[in-house]
Design a protein around this ligand. Sequence first.
Ligand code: ADP
Ligand code: ASP
Ligand code: MG
Length: 409
Amino acid sequence: MAILVKKFGGSSVATPEKIHGIVDRVLKEKQPEDKVVIVVSAMGDSTDDLLTLAGRVNPDMPKRELDMLLATGEQVTIALMAGAFCAKGQPAVSFTGAQAGIKTNDKYSKASIIDVEAGRVKQALDEGKVVIVAGFQGITEGGDITTLGRGGSDTTAVAVAAGLKADMCDIYTDVDGVYTADPRIVPNAKKLDEITFAEMLELARLGAGVMQPRAVEYGEHNGVAIHVRSTFHEVPGTIIRGEYTVQEKKFVIRGVAHDTNVAKLAARGVPDEPGVAYKIFAALADANVDVDMIVQSASVQQNKNDILFTVAKTDMAEALGVLEKLKAEMPFDKVDLEVNVAKVSIVGAGMLGSPGIAAGMFGALAGAGINIGVISTSEISISCLVPAEDVTKAVNAIHAHFFPQEAEH
Ligand code: ADP
Ligand code: ASP
Ligand code: MG
């Protein structure tokens, strides 16, 4: 007997035919004693459609109400999926996040899962039912519906797998696994057989949308085995695990990621004195804005600095509001905003002891005639801000440098 959690993303459940296709495959692969939980996303682009709808009613929709609205997308899929199982003679039951015991904090639109009370799911499994859980949503202690941020169904799946001590968490999607770069941008990207949690987390954080970063984190902390694989092709995908099984292979760079959900903000002419950076970033943290790259440089004026940083475009309005308020209080000269930027990054745990990696990346960009804005590094990654219109060229140039086609990965 195995406990299996299988997550299907939006494009995998986009039509009734696709939902039936999933049911057929699950029933074909399921051993009679297996306990199967299916986590689903909203059908196709319906989360985007709901966001558009909200914008037409109120461009500044209260976050609680937005979560209330967005959570309906997944609720459509769970009921249809349970219906499809029942149509094939397999007892099934659907649960919203709340019914499945997904407890979150109250940070609407990017809530974190704090606990999974899996009692009801376990009971339904013991009764021989396939359980369908709505991804991307949970409930606060006070009983309000929350959502987990875009791509949040991945995190629901991993959290449910951890809560049930599942044998495997399969993330089914519209590509065959995790690739050395987004295969839609880099046609000759290679599928990876395995990748470590640390490297996958960094790739996800830097924009590789195939997994939500929190899902990877949750998997690592709870020791959940994750298999990213195709809904439509029955081929092995990518296993995310703690360590490589093929120890003798040394990978220097594992992948190239890009992110176009980036905006660059600058506070110009801030006073050059203690506590200024603290004030700015504490105010942003209070507004729940995640700040990414940060650069401080001397301003053209004496005793003043410019502080530049990047945030997700989705946090841009919030960040602008915080800076405008501080500009009046502090005061400083002005706020600049740049939205035509993108971030390209390389990731690999092996880069630490390998000189020349940064030079290789910058050389590839130079060769493609691309100007680098901000640069930032972590122990296992290097990121460059480039003009948004150059992002495809940048990712391909960097990928070609680190993954020459004839080489084995
Ligand atoms: P789902 O709806 O199944 O959650 P997503 O669109 O969220 O699917 O994630 C799958 C997409 O992630 C792929 O279609 C691909 O374009 C993108 N992607 C970005 N980087 C990578 C990568 N390194 N490997 C595979 N897919 C990637
Ligand atoms: N439906 C949500 C989204 O589009 C969650 C998910 O698909 O994982 O982001
Ligand atoms: Mg996704």
